[in-house]
Design a protein around this ligand. Structure first.
Ligand SMILES: [Ca+2]
Ligand SMILES: [Ca+2]
Ligand SMILES: [Ca+2]
Length: 273
């Protein structure tokens, strides 16, 4: 009688190898998706912390400030209200019962000079552009020429179309002399990884809906004591608060989406406007 052959046939080896390959592949996929989920959670946590730190920094600047205007103090198209900057002065003391306002020189002396002011402004350094989105604008201070355009061939914000444009960039502190001239050599970055979005059809407006909840997202808005919006041409005696809404964002090219984190705070202005 022929005894059963010891060992495995070639066919058995091939089947075993294939089964093992599938199992290793599955295990790797589970591990990889676990890794990216963990990566995403970490990135979101990082964006949230960045957002809180940026809001804290803005509050330090604005709490004792007199608001000069919300991003209307610069040359631009006529209906230019992008709400991505706030110009202000800080109280230097009381002279004859009246608060005196100014700002630091921004040089080594850091001397306070009456009449000077500062602007906290979003300045883009990158565009994320879906294939059918309009070309980015480059004429506004918030959108300098020569910024990097990151073309994506997918729906980066998950709204079902391919026509969206997001600007990513930094919050920059700018020093302005008493005649209103900005000295770009003193620009200081105070926060990074921010996102704004141009409103569809209104390329000069950068206060579009960043997080897709149907509500536009201006970065800076002046409010009165009853939370009504104060017109942005200049601060008035009614101005009591500035509502700051910051979106921090990270383009996750592996998962093909823009991860965003929203932080909002109403900063009460302690001094008369
Ligand atoms: Ca889209
Ligand atoms: Ca869209
Ligand atoms: Ca929104």
């Amino acid at each position: 009688m022929r005894s059963r052959k010891q060992g495995l046939t070639l066919l058995e080896v091939m089947i075993a190898t294939a089964v093992l390959a599938v199992m290793v592949g599955l295990a790797f996929m589970v591990h990889a998706s676990g890794m990216t989920a963990a990566d995403e959670a970490r990135t979101r946590a990082d964006l949230t912390v960045r957002g809180r730190m940026a809001i804290d920094r803005v509050r330090q600047e604005l709490q004792f400030a007199r608001i000069v205007s919300i991003e209307n103090d610069i040359a631009g198209p006529p209906a230019y209200h992008d709400h991505t900057g706030v110009r202000y002065q800080v109280a230097m003391g009381i002279v004859g019962g009246v608060p005196l306002y100014g700002y630091r020189t921004g040089d080594a002396s850091q001397a306070m000079v009456a009449g000077r002011s500062a602007t906290i402004r979003f300045v883009a350094d990158e565009v994320v552009r879906e294939p059918n989105a309009p070309a980015p604008i480059v004429i506004l201070p918030a959108i300098p020429a020569g910024l990097k355009v990151h073309r994506v061939n997918y729906d980066v914000n998950g709204d079902g179309d391919l026509d969206d444009l997001f600007y990513l960039g930094n919050l920059v502190l700018q020093f302005i002399d008493a005649s209103g001239t900005v000295d770009p050599s003193k620009d200081t970055k105070i926060a990074g990884k921010l996102a704004v979005r141009s409103q569809p059809g209104l390329a000069q407006d950068l206060d579009g809906d960043v997080n897709g909840d149907g509500v536009d997202d201006p970065m800076f808005i002046m409010l009165d004591a009853d939370n009504n919006e104060v017109p942005n041409l200049a601060a008035s005696a009614a101005t009591r608060k500035v509502r700051v809404t910051l979106y921090h964002a990270y383009l996750d090219t592996r998962r093909k989406k823009l991860l965003i984190s929203r932080n909002q705070e109403e900063i009460r202005l302690e001094n008369p406007q």
